[in-house]
Design a protein around this ligand. Structure first.
Ligand SMILES: *Cc1c(COP(=O)(O)O)cnc(C)c1O
Length: 378
């Protein structure tokens, strides 16, 4: 609140409104986030979904190009592919919430797609070295959707450092909260230059905190449209204040996750999603499968949990509700192939956010309620 008040005091809310030699909050955020992520370049923008659009356009997507994506994702992903003129080619997920590598390889070959946008959906990270190998052998550019994996790691490497470009969301329910917001990171100076102009730099690209030098802009500045979606200084100030606390928040999430995971593992009929040893996840939400419930029994269980104030969501629902839309409900897309494994996995998949306003005792209580109500269903 003090950081935002300080921005308001100056009146300079716009990221390019700076005195000579002054660094704006947005530029400082880019510099600090690039350092945190270990990336050469960072561009701050209006939302995670907008960062995904920037990434696709900056990577050279042309109208009609195909983009591989796991079918289990959030609506901003197909929306970003659509908005940038691409066509999604959805890939199956497995029962552990990860993109199916066999289906990825075969869809890559069948479609000839040159882009892959994997979402580490709800924080589940697939075998990243295997995905890199699939992409490298086919000349596919990987753009990671890290909306749920800011601060997570695979084999010790931060999520977002496996692809060509990574996109992060700072919407309220993600790991840093500016209401809305997005961050794009890359090590490629030309992609960074294009993303900067696309984001709406009005040719003021030298006022960025982690941008490439002027040579990268020589052609790009005249061949790239301005599609305004800048971050403002108030939101940047909010995020700069939160970045130092991210490691301790990750610990806090994971302590709560462990309590809920143990309770769910003990509940007959439910099973938490297994987490591979290579994955250092951020437990900001938990997913589990209703392994021995019929889909028809799920709505009643969720209603009884809700009566206790325990809000569990179900990805199997045919009608999109809140954050749980299924790929076959994105009917604006030209052609959606049936994905039976994904539908089967989603028909059992339950989901709960773990806000840090819950303490560990709250999580134990929530776990006990889930156990009791599930036992009544079986
Ligand atoms: C939140 C989220 C995004 C981006 O969302 P915005 O609301 O546009 O910031 C993208 N992908 C996934 C999987 C998400 O959960």
């Amino acid at each position: 609140m003090q950081a935002v008040a300080a921005v308001l005091q100056t009146g300079r809310l716009h990221r390019y409104n700076v005195d000579a030699g002054e660094e704006s909050e947005a530029a400082a955020l880019e510099r600090e986030y690039a350092a945190w992520q270990g990336a050469d370049y960072c561009i701050a923008c209006t939302s995670g979904g907008y960062a995904l659009q920037l990434a696709l356009r900056a990577a050279g997507l042309q109208a009609g190009d195909k983009v591989l994506a796991n079918a289990w994702t959030l609506a901003p992903v197909p929306g970003a592919i659509y908005a940038s003129g691409g066509q999604p080619v959805f890939v199956e997920i497995d029962n552990a919430c990860r993109i199916d590598l066999t289906d990825l390889a075969s869809k890559a070959d069948a479609s000839g797609a040159k882009f892959l946008m994997p979402s580490h959906m709800r924080g589940h990270i697939a075998d990243m070295e295997a995905i890199q190998a699939i992409c490298e052998s086919r000349g596919i550019v990987m753009i990671e959707d890290c909306a749920h994996t800011m601060g997570a790691r695979w084999n010790g490497v931060l999520s977002g450092n496996f692809g060509y470009i990574a996109c992060f969301s700072t919407q309220t329910y993600k790991h840093m909260n500016s209401g809305e917001g997005g961050l794009l990171t890359t090590n490629d100076p030309e992609i960074a230059a294009r993303a900067t102009i696309l984001s709406g730099s009005y040719m003021l690209y030298d006022r960025h905190g982690a941008g490439p030098d002027a040579t990268a802009f020589a052609d790009v500045r005249l061949t790239t449209p301005n599609c305004s979606g800048r971050m403002d200084n108030m939101r940047a100030a909010l995020l700069r204040a939160q970045l130092p606390d991210l490691p301790s928040k990750i610990d806090a999430w994971n302590r709560r996750y462990a309590i809920l995971e143990a309770a769910i593992a003990q509940t007959q009929g439910l099973a938490p999603i297994p987490r591979p040893a290579s994955e250092a996840y951020v437990g900001s939400s938990i997913q589990f499968q209703a392994i021995s419930l019929e889909p028809a029994q799920v709505p009643d269980l969720l209603a009884r949990l809700a009566a206790h104030g325990v809000e569990v969501k179900w990805f199997g629902e045919a009608d999109p509700r809140g954050f749980t839309s299924r790929y076959d409900t994105w009917r604006y897309l030209a052609d959606i192939n049936p994905l039976p494994n994904t539908l089967d996995a989603l028909s059992k998949l339950l989901d709960m956010r773990i806000p840090l306003t819950f303490d560990e005792a709250d999580c134990a209580l929530i776990g006990a309620i889930i156990g009791e109500e599930t036992a009544k269903t079986l």
